[in-house]
Design a protein. Structure first.
Length: 219
């Protein structure tokens, strides 16, 4: 059973999402919060698999909520998905940088919404290649200083795997490109995440481009 925490200041939004989730056999809502401060407290209490968090809320917004969850070792298994009305914008990018696994637009189709929860619960990033390209073009135009010692710890194969993750490729696609098994590809990615202190694949993408480890392909 996938356990979900809903954090949104609009009761109607929460009730709509809860109705969709509770109709499924493999997903359930464990708690609801109207602001980020309450959301973090409930995350610590219930340890959900997925936290759906509105990006703009009173008291504590979604970016700071994500940052607090990502900074708490006890919440390492909580996958944060940001909810937004506007699609990819600077708020969403800052949430990804803070540790969100991805984002969903609130007018998403019900079947896509439920699929996204299952994807996030598996630990996969909700970043399609097209979204990755937009993110790069808009917000990662100039590499930022990163811990070069951490980058130096990566093996050549780990660097290659990270670059392919940054292109939006799946484990299976990475495995085929590197002529290795999907299990080995996942091992390279997980080790790279640990060395770079990346919470999930979405954050790994941000780190890869901000550090210059991966570079945008201009069209």
């Amino acid at each position: 059973m996938i356990r979900v925490l809903l954090v949104d200041d609009q009761p109607l939004i929460r009730s709509g999402f809860r109705a969709l989730i509770e109709a499924e056999d493999d997903i359930t809502v464990v708690a609801e919060a109207a602001d980020g401060r309450e959301g973090v407290a409930l995350a610590r209490q219930h340890l959900p698999d997925v936290a759906l968090i509105d990006v703009q809320m009173p008291v504590v917004d979604g970016i700071e909520t994500t940052r607090r969850i990502a900074a708490d070792p006890a919440l390492a298994a909580v996958h944060v998905v940001i909810l937004t009305n506007y699609g990819l914008d600077e708020y969403v990018f800052n949430a990804l940088r803070a540790g969100a696994a991805g984002f969903l637009v609130k007018d998403i189709q019900p079947e896509d919404f439920l699929h996204a929860i299952r994807v996030a619960a598996r630990g996969d990033a909700l970043l399609a290649p097209s979204i990755t390209r937009k993110l790069i073009d808009r917000y990662v135009a100039h590499p930022l200083p990163r811990d070069t010692a951490a980058l130096a710890q990566l093996t050549n194969r780990e660097r290659q795997a990270v670059t392919l993750v940054a292109q939006g490729r799946s484990n299976e696609q990475i495995a085929a490109h590197m002529a290795i098994s999907a299990v080995t590809a996942k091992t390279h990615i997980n080790r790279a995440m640990t060395k770079l202190n990346a919470r999930d694949r979405a954050q790994l993408v941000v780190i890869a481009y901000e550090s210059g480890l991966a570079t945008p392909r201009r069209h």
